[in-house]
Design a protein around this ligand. Structure first.
Ligand code: ADP
Ligand code: ASP
Ligand code: MG
Length: 461
């Protein structure tokens, strides 16, 4: 069971988490828990890390540590009063470490990917101590484990590390014995390299931690507890009548999360899928709701389109040049240059004349991408590189789309009727999604139009 940031956001939320775990534990389940940092804490850690690096004057390190301490102490006192002093001593040791590293970053004015990962992993270090203490207060034996202690070994791609296969036996041997007579609480989002250097798994990476742990211990199910009733037909913050999808395939869930459905980290599904473990998404604030179940079975209903997702803050890059036509190796040099600059390409589309390739990258990666492409341009095959910053990518997702004629026609007719101009279109050969790019101001409109076109707010049963 993984509990997200809002699920452990304050003393009342942690109270709910404890009663959920207590209920399943007392009724015979063996449980390992993965927790996120309390909501907002990881953002604050990112911000202070950047600030101490850049600030020419004395940055507010002391006051930052003091406010983090106050926030966690207040909650700890309420959820684990018997042990609050002992646990606070543990927390103080960690806060002292955090203060020292922030001071070092400031003195050197250098924030390396390594030191940044160490800093931003502190949210989970603190929340896991508190959730574990709260479980003990409720009479359940529990120890907190950091990612490294839990056996999560990653590559050294700081900020977005991959978990390595050798983690599996380690996780199993460290976590399973602790589940025999208690509930271990593992700090999500973090792991370490073979050398013991702390790494993080990318924003929202605790979902990925949970799937990795679940797969390693051969769990019957992985449950992601969050603040909505399940995986929905669209982002409920934008589409107010979005509906919970009761059953969804691994492939669909992967596409949804990859194309912006924040409810699951994009890498969550893979470890579970490899072992055929169902992933259930449930609401901590409404635990009796069934939630969504992600399964191998495709569970086709008559609905071919399951959901519409949306990613904001992406950039479109167009590469043009008649010389690109029929020349082997052009695509290789483009994508090698981007990969070497650590740019993640989210979508690709190539015109049939081969004189044009369009790419979508995160806004954050635009400058590095342009720099890398400038280099390739000097080879002479690419005449022009143009870009549009801050566009939106929308994806229509559903396994039933494969082999159902006319879906693309409906998508583009509906968008045309609503005057939404398409800047780029892409469809994978698996036909699980049709994705396209529109101007930022058209993104939400496109979502609304397609949610209505495919009647996703109506119950399919
Ligand atoms: P947690 O802190 O529990 O990990 P997140 O904020 O990462 O929670 O993810 C849950 C949020 O994802 C929801 O509150 C919802 O606003 C958002 N969301 C975006 N798209 C979807 C979707 N298709 N289905 C469900 N939630 C979605
Ligand atoms: N705390 C991390 C984040 O905010 C990881 C997570 O919540 O899953 O991104
Ligand atoms: Mg999340």
């Amino acid at each position: 069971m993984k509990f997200g940031g809002t699920s452990v956001g304050d003393d009342k939320c942690i109270g709910r988490v404890v009663s959920i775990i207590d209920h399943y534990y007392k009724t015979g389940s063996e449980i390992a828990v993965v927790v996120s940092a309390m909501s907002g804490v990881t953002d604050q850690l990112h911000a202070i890390a950047e600030e101490v690096e850049k600030s020419p004057d004395n940055p507010p390190i002391e006051s930052f540590i003091a406010s983090l301490r106050t926030k966690h102490k207040k909650i700890l006192d309420l959820v684990a009063k018997d042990e609050s002093e002992a646990v606070m001593n543990e927390i103080d040791i960690r806060l002292e470490n955090l203060k020292n590293i922030l001071t070092a970053v400031h003195n050197l004015r250098e924030l390396t990917p390594r030191s940044k990962d160490y800093i931003i992993s502190f949210g989970e270090r603190l929340s896991a101590q508190i959730v574990s203490a709260a479980l003990r207060q409720a009479g359940i034996s529990s120890v907190p484990l950091n990612g490294c202690e839990a056996g999560i070994i990653t590559n050294s791609n700081h900020g977005c590390a991959h978990v390595l296969p050798e983690s599996e036996p380690r996780i199993k041997s460290r976590v399973v014995p602790l589940m025999q007579d208690g509930v271990p609480v593992i700090m999500g989002y973090m792991g370490c390299t073979e050398q013991g250097i702390v790494t993080t798994l990318g924003r929202s990476g605790s979902d990925y931690s949970a799937a990795v742990v679940g797969a390693a211990i051969d769990a019957d199910e992985v449950w992601i507890w969050t603040d909505v009733d399940g995986i929905m037909t669209s982002d409920p913050r934008i589409i107010d009548d979005a509906r919970v999808i009761p059953a969804i395939s691994y492939l669909e869930a992967m596409e949804l999360s990859y194309f912006g459905a924040e409810v699951l980290h994009p890498r969550t599904i893979e470890p579970a899928m490899q072992k055929g473990i169902p992933v259930r998404v449930k609401n901590t604030f409404n635990p009796s709701a069934e939630g969504s179940c992600v399964l191998a079975d495709e569970h086709r209903d008559e609905r071919v389109v399951k959901a519409i997702t949306f990613i904001d803050k992406v950039s479109l890059i167009n590469l043009a040049g008649a010389q690109m036509f029929g020349r082997p190796g052009v695509a290789r040099s483009i994508f090698t240059a981007l990969a070497e600059s650590q740019v993640n390409v989210m979508m690709i589309s190539q015109g049939s004349s081969e004189s044009n390739i369009s790419l979508i990258v995160d806004d954050e990666h635009l400058n590095s991408a342009l720099k890398a492409l400038n280099h390739v341009q000097q080879s002479g095959y690419i005449r022009e590189v143009t870009f549009d910053r801050d566009v939106s990518a929308v994806a229509v997702v559903g396994v039933g789309m494969a082999g159902a004629p006319g879906i693309a026609g409906r998508v583009f007719t509906a968008l045309g009727r609503a005057n939404v101009n398409l800047m780029m279109i892409s469809q994978g050969s698996s036909e699980v999604n049709i994705s396209f790019v529109v101007k930022h101001e058209d993104g939400k409109k496109a979502l609304r139009v397609l949610h209505d076109e495919f009647r996703l707010s109506e119950d399919s049963q």
